[in-house]
Every structure is written in structure tokens, then in C-alpha cells.
Design a protein around this ligand. Structure first.
Ligand SMILES: NC(=O)c1ccc[n+]([C@@H]2O[C@H](COP(=O)([O-])OP(=O)(O)OC[C@H]3O[C@@H](n4cnc5c(N)ncnc54)[C@H](O)[C@@H]3O)[C@@H](O)[C@H]2O)c1
Ligand SMILES: N[C@H](CO)Cc1c[nH]c[nH+]1
Ligand SMILES: [Zn+2]
Length: 439
């Protein structure tokens, strides 16, 4: 296979001297370090912090091409959500219900429990898990509306026991998506504001006259959303900084090339900056997938976005063998990894970094996006090295519990006193010493 670039996708080989340089260029996503975006986002955040609703309204009119003059026009009532749900065709209502049920079942298993144990001296130690009071969920709505993201964000929040869920979703040109509204109803969202971008993140982080301030903001979004989340972190919790969607497929050459081409498109069609990479040690298979890509790309509704994404950040990579494929997985740490191989289970132990792992030829990433059960909000841009899928744990926090018995306080007091005096902290030492028996 030659190292050429077809009309749509780069062809790389690990045997080429420039391979690592070219891969680095593909993996590099400027994202939240883009200076112009940062400046614009900072301006929007400061404006919303200062002027509240009015700043949100003006930014929404500008970026989503609306002409509203009051925040009520950007707020949906529970009745509107229910009406959207009731009005859905049965097929869509059923699909949402099945997806919601499976997502709920999966996330129920993530529920951590509070625990306690007793030391020999009678001291009880433990950990208490408490849900957040109020969570803000960002549902993307710029290039496409994402009802599935409503479920993926709101259901774990519910399972965690969050008291109030505030959802924001932009509606460019004022177009409401009934499935999004219906999903919000089904998932038990308390408030929905039809706002997006940095202004929505600011409203959730600082609160406005109409938008309640939340404790944590979760959910994916574009570069403005990601940049804003990073900027407000500290005043409010965030789940992660999610970049554009990514897929990495590893194929043993035995999967239908059309299936693989479509799996690559499934993430490429999200965003011009999405990343789609296929790795295989079978050169003929890569050629076949390249042909499938050329033939099938024009059949997509979002062909221009998918083509741009494949051009910018797509690659078909020829590697030497399975071991080299594993190396590449751990280096790229993809958001989604498809193991399109005969025995995916045999690979698992060696894979250290991936947001979600789709096992075997029949497990397309798209099933995970909608309804398999696990969360589709996943770490991107290599951050799977240190972070995890959105989950129930993102909507809870832990407090430690310490309950000393008189005997425990006496014994621990001796230890604490020595350590405190070593730090020259007299009050610490004496506070501990007061509780030592028979001093
Ligand atoms: N990881 C996931 O789970 C997941 C799920 C769905 C989508 N995604 C990703 O989320 C992203 C969605 O992006 P999107 O754009 O479609 O929707 P979005 O809702 O994230 O962004 C739309 C908003 O961006 C703001 N905006 C647009 N242009 C602007 C400008 N020039 N200046 C200031 N603000 C501007 C507007 O306020 C608009 O409302 C995609 O990258 C997609 O891949 C990720
Ligand atoms: N693939 C996206 C996460 O990266 C999630 C999604 C929603 N709808 C379709 N796909
Ligand atoms: Zn997707």
C-alpha cells in the first residue's frame, strides 16, 4: 500500500519514517487553546455574569439567529415537554423508552454505596455519598439535535439522586426538536432553557434572574461550550472537557468493508473536526475500505461534514501486526474503540486507554450512541488516559465520616500530638492531647 492521500482520507503506514509525525498532526486538536475562541468566550462569560438574562438573550439572538426579547421565550414548561412526548409517533416513543430503560439499568449498577467500618479501638470510619443538589446538563443542538444526549446526561443524574436537573439546549433559528423535548420529559428534567454555547454555560455557572445556578455542568458541546466549561471550572464543577467525536476501528480484515466505512462515517458526520481512524495489518482490506468510503460517502445526508472530517482528521493506517495495533490504541486513547476482530476478548487485558470499547464485528459504535446502555458522553482527545465515561459518580460527591470512641481518641491523640508538634502546630497538638486519657 502506498503512502498517498486519496480524495477523502489519509493513508498512513507505520513503516514510514514520517509516520509518527503525521499521526501527531492528525491527533492534534487545537480546541480549547484557540485564542480567538477563548477571547470571545471570555467576553460572553463576563457579560452574562454582569447582566444576566439580558446578556443571554442578546447572545442567543445573535448566535442562534433568534429575535426574542424576554427569557420566558427561551424557557420550556413541563407541559410543553409532556405534549411533545405525547405527540410523538409510537415508534419514536417506544425507541426512546427502550433506550431510557437500558441506560437506566446500566447506570443503576454504578451506584456507589455509603460504607462504615469499626477499628479495634471502637472508632467508626466511613464514607457518605451525597447527590448534587442541582446539576446543569448541556445538550448540543447546533449542527444537529441530540435526544440521545438528553437521556445520557439526565438519567445518570436521576439515578444518582440529584434534586434538580436544569437542561440547556440551543435551538438555532428557533427550531424545536420534539424528540429532544420528549426525552427531557421521559428523563425527568426539571427545567429546559433553549440556549446554547458559552452563554448557556455562563448562565448555569453564575445563575441569572431566570436560570438557576447549578453545582456542576455536564455534557458535550462544541468548542465554545468546551472553552466556557474550562473557564468556569472552579466556580462550578464540570464533568470533562469534551472535544469533537472520535472513532478508532481496529480490523483483522475479515469485516465487511462497507460496515467499517459506515462506522467511520458515524463519527465523522458529527463535526468537521471529528476524528475517524482505521488500523489494520491487512493492506488489501484497507484498500477495500477506501473504495467503500468513496462509494458510500455521497449517500450521506451530512456528506459535506463527514468528508471534511475525513479529510482533516481521518486516516487508514497499515500496521505490522496485532501488537502494533495495541500500541496505537494506547497511544491514541480513543473516545470510541471498535475491535472488529474475531476474538475481541483476547485483546482486553492489553488495552489500557479507551473511553468505550465495542467488542466484535457486530457491535457498531452507533448502538452505544443510542441504546446499548453505557453512557455516550466519553473522554476525547486522548483524555481517556485519565478520565472515564460520564456516570452516576459524576453527580455525587463523598464525605468522610470519623466517629472516635473515647479509647480511639486517646490512642489517636498520642499519634496526632507527635505529628503536630513535628509541624510546630501547637493548637493541633493540644487539641489532640486534651483527649488522651490519664495524661
Ligand atoms: N461526546 C458526546 O457525547 C457528544 C454527543 C453529541 C455531540 N457531540 C459533539 O458536540 C458538538 C456539538 O456541536 P454543535 O455546534 O453542533 O452544537 P453546540 O450546541 O455544542 O453549539 C451550538 C452553539 O454554539 C454557539 N456558537 C456557534 N457559533 C458561534 C460563534 N461563532 N461564536 C460564539 N458562539 C457560537 C452558539 O451559541 C450555538 O448555540 C460536536 O462537536 C459533536 O461532535 C459530542
Ligand atoms: N457519538 C456521540 C458521542 O461522541 C454521541 C451521539 C449522539 N448521537 C449520535 N451520536
Ligand atoms: Zn455519534
Amino acid at each position: 500500500m502506498s503512502d498517498t492521500t486519496t480524495a477523502t482520507i489519509a493513508r498512513l503506514s507505520t513503516r514510514d519514517a514520517a509516520f509518527h509525525q503525521r499521526l501527531d498532526a492528525l491527533l492534534d486538536w487545537e480546541g480549547v487553546s484557540d485564542k480567538a475562541v477563548q477571547a470571545r468566550v471570555e467576553e460572553i462569560l463576563a457579560d452574562v455574569k454582569q447582566r444576566g438574562d439580558q446578556a443571554v438573550i442578546e447572545a442567543t439572538n445573535r448566535f442562534d439567529r433568534l429575535s426574542v426579547d424576554a427569557m420566558e421565550q427561551l424557557c420550556l414548561t413541563p407541559d410543553q415537554l409532556k405534549k411533545a412526548y405525547d405527540g410523538l409517533p409510537a415508534e419514536q416513543r417506544d425507541a426512546l423508552a427502550i433506550a431510557a430503560e437500558r441506560i437506566k439499568r446500566y447506570h443503576e449498577r454504578q451506584k456507589p454505596t455509603s460504607w462504615q467500618y469499626e477499628e479495634a479501638d471502637g472508632t467508626v470510619l466511613g464514607q457518605k455519598v451525597t447527590p448534587l443538589d442541582r446539576a446543569g446538563i448541556y445538550v448540543p443542538g447546533g449542527k444537529a439535535a441530540y435526544p440521545s444526549s438528553v437521556l445520557m446526561n439526565a438519567i445518570p443524574a436521576h439515578v444518582a439522586g440529584v434534586r434538580e436537573i436544569v437542561m440547556v439546549v440551543p435551538t438555532p433559528d428557533g427550531v424545536l426538536n420534539d424528540l429532544v423535548l420528549a426525552a427531557a420529559h421521559l428523563a425527568g428534567v426539571d427545567y429546559v432553557f433553549t440556549i446554547g454555547g458559552a452563554q448557556a454555560v455562563a448562565a448555569l455557572a453564575y445563575g441569572t434572574q431566570s436560570v438557576p445556578r447549578v453545582d456542576k455542568i455536564v455534557g458535550p458541546g462544541n468548542i465554545y461550550v468546551a472553552t466556557a466549561k474550562r473557564a468556569v471550572f472552579g466556580q462550578v464543577g464540570i464533568d470533562m472537557i469534551a472535544g469533537p467525536s472520535e472513532i478508532m476501528v481496529v480490523s483483522d480484515g475479515k469485516t465487511d468493508p462497507d460496515w467499517i466505512a459506515m462506522d467511520l462515517f458515524s463519527q465523522a458526520e458529527h463535526d468537521e473536526d471529528a476524528q475517524a481512524i482505521l488500523v489494520s495489518w491487512d493492506a488489501e482490506h484497507l484498500d477495500a475500505v477506501a473504495s467503500s468510503i468513496e462509494r458510500l460517502l455521497p449517500t450521506l445526508e451530512r456528506e459535506p461534514i463527514a468528508r471534511a472530517s475525513l479529510n482533516r482528521r481521518g486516516a487508514l493506517i497499515l500496521c505490522r501486526d496485532q501488537a502494533e495495533a495495541v500500541e496505537m490504541i494506547n497511544r491514541i486513547a480513543p473516545e470510541h474503540l471498535e475491535l472488529s476482530v474475531a476474538e475481541p476478548g483476547a485483546w482486553l487485558d492489553d488495552i489500557r486507554h479507551a473511553g468505550a470499547i465495542f467488542m466484535g464485528r457486530h457491535t457498531s459504535e452507533a448502538l452505544g450512541d443510542y441504546c446499548a446502555g453505557p453512557n455516550h458522553v466519553l473522554p476525547t482527545s486522548g483524555t481517556a488516559r485519565f478520565s472515564s465515561p460520564l456516570g452516576v459518580y459524576d453527580f455525587q460527591k463523598r464525605s468522610s465520616i470519623i466517629h472516635c470512641s473515647p479509647e480511639g481518641a486517646s490512642e489517636l491523640g498520642k499519634v496526632a500530638s507527635v505529628l503536630a508538634r513535628g509541624e510546630y502546630l501547637t493548637a493541633h497538638a493540644r487539641s489532640a492531647e486534651y483527649r488522651i486519657r490519664n495524661r
